[in-house]
Design a protein around this ligand. Structure first.
Ligand code: ATP
Ligand code: CA
Ligand code: CA
Length: 432
């Protein structure tokens, strides 16, 4: 998949879908957010709120450009999850819906999922299959509990789960996640690592042609890559990976990977690898904008002065009042341009949105690593079992990627622990 997307303009095949997704998010999230906070109940995990949009509109739902239905799943739970991730609601809505612009990431891979970036590159919308959707709802409580107990988790951050139903009856489920890669930094190499050898190599000839190619396990090994992490950071990372993987094993999940982007500070940002068509990602980090949009809800302590502050303030007020009309008009407000969220709360995202390399004395060195565990909704099910059967006829069955969740997790951990400079490499999966 290309790392740089195509902006979806009017006339694009997925324009209507994008419009409907963003409209649903805007109305669904602001509705929930406008209510007084209350403790979660078990029913909240299974809740679904239905919205019917049409071109005329009614008291409950503002008019929209198209007719469609929208479902917001477990809105109260996701509201709490966003809070755990220190994501402010107004900020979230501004990023996604202040202008109806998304860019689409390449063409779908073998899973058939589509990926869309928010205009400021902070969020990713991923369409998911119906069984992934059902599974996420089923494990949402375990996931939520894990997030509460593991504030520094590396697992994908889910900010919302929704469904759009188009007039023909087609249903599209999607999640909103964090983009692990920052808008303001060049990522010099990207890897998607599973700890498996089979099919885990991106052709080097192709990689030389294509900037931003997503490389795999065998590329990492053949290129002799290592993470520079001193004992302190290495220990934190290992502990977090262990804890996250234990959850995935317990929930019967497999096929996930560690997505990792390397930023070489010596090379800096000169190559413009992140300059996508969105053009709204210049870091422009003034204190005013931070106050208006960065802090926790209700943090605007003085009168808004700049135009951007005023718009953010109006959006906040509209959210608070659940004022659909005001929300519709503020939705066209210009997005404040600034770096990223409150990443200083999270160990692995604290250095410019990532994790800075260190030497053996724990002194910082010249890399920033951007990583997280992604694609965490694949249940070890009959499909995988049959795949296992077919692959094991032709390959060493320990090395294929579709294996039972427990050995999958163990192999994943062993491989990740071997990535660090000075680590024992003997536990690496055997790569022929
Ligand atoms: P498959 O099941 O075939 O592996 P998928 O459609 O489920 O694919 P993912 O594995 O979730 O897709 O992601 C595919 C690619 O999209 C990743 O390798 C990565 O390049 C990019 N990607 C996914 N999630 C993120 C994220 N949170 N931040 C940045 N990039 C991401
Ligand atoms: Ca994947
Ligand atoms: Ca997948």
């Amino acid at each position: 998949k290309a790392l740089i997307g195509n902006v979806i303009g009017e006339g694009h095949v997925n324009y209507v879908l994008m419009y409907n997704m963003l409209t649903g998010i805007r109305i669904g999230v602001s509705r929930c957010q406008a209510k007084m906070k209350r403790p979660l109940t078990d029913a909240d995990y299974m809740a679904k709120h239905k919205f019917t949009f049409d071109i005329i509109g009614n008291e409950l739902t503002p008019s929209a450009k198209y007719d469609f239905k929208f479902k917001d799943y477990a809105p109260w739970v996701f509201r709490e999850l966003r809070e755990h991730f220190h994501l402010d609601a107004a900020d979230y809505l501004l990023s996604l819906t202040s202008k109806y612009i998304l860019s689409e990431l390449g063409s779908p891979g073998k899973s058939g999922s589509f990926f869309y970036f928010s205009r400021d590159y902070r969020f990713i919308i991923k369409t998911i299959r119906h069984n992934e959707h059902k599974f996420l709802r089923r494990i949402l409580k375990d996931y939520h509990l894990h997030i509460k107990e593991n504030p520094h988790t590396l697992l994908s951050r889910f900010y919302g789960l929704h469904r759009v139903k188009l007039p023909g009856g087609k249903k599209i489920h999607f999640v909103i996640m964090n983009n692990l890669f920052p808008p303001h930094k060049d990522i010099h190499e990207t890897y998607d690592l599973k700890g498996s050898a089979v099919g885990r190599e991106y052709p080097e000839e192709k990689a030389a042609q294509k900037k931003g190619a997503v490389l795999k396990d065998l590329n990492w090994i053949k290129r002799g890559r290592e993470l520079e992490l001193g004992p302190a950071k290495n220990a934190m990372l290992e502990a977090q990976i262990r804890s996250d993987v234990a959850l995935l094993q317990r929930l019967g999940i497999m096929d996930y990977s560690l997505l990792i982007g390397l930023h070489d500070m010596k090379r800096g940002n000169k190559e413009g690898l992140r300059q996508d068509a969105l053009q709204v990602v210049q870091p422009n980090n003034t204190a005013n904008q931070k106050v208006a949009n960065g802090g926790p809800p209700g943090q605007l302590r003085r009168e808004p002065t700049t135009r951007m502050e005023k718009e953010a303030y109006a959006l906040r007020t509209a959210i608070r009042r659940s004022d659909a009309k005001a929300l519709n008009s503020t939705a066209t407000a210009k997005l404040p341009e600034r770096e990223t969220s409150d990443s200083h709360h999270f160990i692995f995202y604290q250095d410019d949105g990532g994790f800075r390399s260190t030497d053996m004395e724990n002194r910082p060195t010249d890399w920033i690593y951007y990583f997280g565990i992604i694609d965490t909704l694949t249940l070890y099910n009959s499909v995988k079992r049959s795949e296992h059967y077919w692959k094991s006829i032709t390959h060493n069955s320990k090395m294929i990627s579709s294996i039972h969740p427990v050995p999958y997790g163990t192999r994943f951990c062993n491989f990740l622990f071997s990535l660090v400079k000075g680590a024992d490499k003997s536990k690496r999966p055997r790569m022929q």
